[in-house]
Every structure is written in C-alpha cells, then in structure tokens.
Design a protein around this ligand. Structure first.
Ligand code: PBG
Length: 330
C-alpha cells in the first residue's frame, strides 16, 4: 500500500478541477489503435444486408467490403476480422466449404490484400462452425465433437488462409493442441511470419446469439458448446489454457466474451505479460446498442466500456463499434 497523505492536506478533487488537469493525470486513453473491426461477408453482388439482431451491422458482398475497409483504414484501425455467412447449400457435416479456396473468406482476403497491401492487418477465425450443417466448431461422431480429427482440418484451413494472405490466424474452436500443430504446419510451409492469435479463453457463453444469427449458424446449432468452450465458473482453468497456448506458440491471446470477464483479462496480462485481446461479443454489442437507441444511456457509454478493457490490461478490443466510434476518438 502506498501512503499518499491524509485529508485535509490531501484532496484528490484538486486534480479533477479542470479539464486540463484531468487530462494531465489521465492513466488510460482509448484510441483507434486499440480497435479491431469485424466484417461479415455474404455471397452475391452489391449486397449490404442488415443483421436483424445487431443494429447498424451488415453483411457485405465481396464487391462492397471496401466500404467498411476504407473506413477502418482512414480511421487508423489496425486490423479487421472476417466472418462468412455461408449459404446453407454449402454446409455439410464436415464443413468442407472451409477448405474451398474460393470461399468467401479466401476471396475477401485476396481482394483486401491486393487493394490495401499492409496498411491494415487481416485476421481470420479458424473454426468450422460457419460451414457445418450442425453449427459446431468441429466434426462430430455419435454426438461427440472429435478433437484430433478436427485439428487436422483446422491445420488445412489455417494454411489456406495464410496462403491467401491472412496476417493473423485466430483459432476460435477451442480444440486441444491446435495452436502447436498449426504453428508447426505454418512454419513448415514457409509461413513463419504469420501470427497466431489464440482464442485461448473462450467461454461457453450466452452472449454469442446475435453472431450466430449473423453467420447463419443459429438455427443449425444442435445442443451447446460446453464440451469444448470453457465453463464460466472457472478461473484457474483459464490460466492453464493460456500457459499451454503460449508454450505451443501463440503470439497473442484472446479473452472472450469481454465485459463479464475483465477479471480474467487482468489476471492473464499480469501473469503472462503478452498481448491480450478482448472480444466484446455480439450480445454485448446488441445490449449496448439497444440501450443507446432507446436513449436509456448515451453514446459515450461505448467509450467508457471500451476503456474498461484497456484499464484491465487489454492491448486491443475486437468490437462491432470500431468503425462507428473511431471518429469520435480523434
Ligand atoms: C465461432 C465464433 C463465435 C464467435 C466468434 N467466433 C461463436 C461461437 O463460438 O458460437 C462469437 C462472436 C460474437 O458473439 O460476437 N467459433
């Protein structure tokens, strides 16, 4: 404990008196550099389709993604994250569309890399749920999500994304052992500079609903994801997950969801001193957006919440508010 003095000589309100002195002692300052913008992709031409459960969020056809990427680049947002809404006809038990080099994600990576070079980073989820007919992140046998068999497919998905030009591979599937195997495969195939952002701590959460709607896996999903995503009662287990992934070669780790897990972000940062990203997920986004739209809270609440992630120790936040809020941060 640091002893700072006592009242009445000490008055903490002195430094709060003026805007300039509040700025002077400010400990955290959110900027566009702290944000990652997710983009949903959809088949077709000239499409911009609203996601019903997420106000102001759209699915873009490839020919229109520049609209979002332009905004991110000009706002100095360092990275975007791509998520596909896959046509139901292309989904099957094994999620084979994940390995199609002409799938939406592959086409988007190629276009963005060509047009924007390295002015913005591209991050892609590695998991099968946008592509499987059952909506799970892995393949299934007799109601069981198979770990090792799934990892073999995820390796191929990672290599394909790397080949297209993806900068940051982000396994979000929660299978055991996948970070090490993906790292080895990337290195062996000359992708030693491709980064891995592990969704090391992903809780089986009730806050993913609107996202599953956005990628069209909501109606497909049978059961829940509790046999692979983490139990939200647990804390020590989160530390073990991160320790393992660091050993296996993760460059950065993610904590997901965001706001209900600030304790975990802080703990991981303090223990491991590596870049920790927070994911403010779809359910959090929709709750806040709806409350703003109903005028229950004002828009500055977005910055307040995003700053909380910084205070907890996050290096960056994946948020559907990124492009909407970046201008206000200038
Ligand atoms: C899929 C994935 C999910 C999210 C990101 N990647 C959903 C899930 O695990 O069911 C959720 C993101 C959000 O809710 O914003 N592996």
């Amino acid at each position: 404990m640091i002893i700072t003095g006592k009242y009445p000589e000490l008055r903490l309100r002195r430094t709060r008196q003026y805007d300039w002195s509040r700025r002077l002692v400010k400990e955290n300052s959110l900027s566009a550099n702290d944000l990652v913008q997710p983009i949903f992709l959809v088949d077709g031409k000239n499409k911009k389709i609203p996601v019903k459960s997420m106000p102001n969020v759209f699915r873009y056809s490839i020919d229109r993604i520049s609209q979002e990427v332009d905004k991110s680049v000009s706002n100095k947002i360092p990275m975007i994250s791509l998520f596909p809404f896959t046509n139901h006809k292309l989904k099957n038990n094994l999620g084979t569309e994940a390995l199609n080099e002409n799938n939406l994600v592959c086409k988007a990576i190629k276009l963005i890399k060509k047009r924007y070079k390295n002015s913005i980073g591209i991050m892609c989820d590695v998991a099968l749920d946008p592509y499987t007919s059952h909506g799970h992140d892995g393949i299934i046998n007799e109601n069981k999500i198979l770990n090792d068999e799934t990892v073999e497919i995820l390796i191929k998905q990672s290599l394909l994304q790397a080949e297209m030009g993806c900068d940051v591979i982000a396994p979000s599937d929660m299978m055991d052992g996948r970070i090490g195997k993906i790292r080895k495969a990337l290195d062996k195939n000359n992708f030693k500079d491709v980064q891995i952002l592990s969704y090391a701590i992903k809780y089986a959460s009730n806050f993913y609903g609107p996202f599953r709607d956005a990628v069209g896996s909501k109606k497909n999903l049978k059961g829940d994801k509790k046999t692979y995503q983490m139990d939200y009662n647990n804390h020590s287990e989160a530390i073990r997950e991160v320790a393992l992934d660091i050993k296996e070669g993760a460059d950065m780790v993610m904590v997901k969801p965001g706001m209900p897990y600030l304790d975990i972000i802080k703990e991981v940062k303090e223990n491991f001193k590596l870049p920790v990203l927070a994911y403010q997920v779809s359910g959090e986004y929709s709750i806040i957006s709806n409350a703003i739209n109903k005028k229950l809270i004002n828009r500055d609440a977005i910055i307040e919440i995003l700053t909380a992630f910084k205070r907890a120790g996050a290096s960056a936040i994946i948020t559907y508010f990124a492009n909407q809020i970046a201008k206000d941060l200038k």
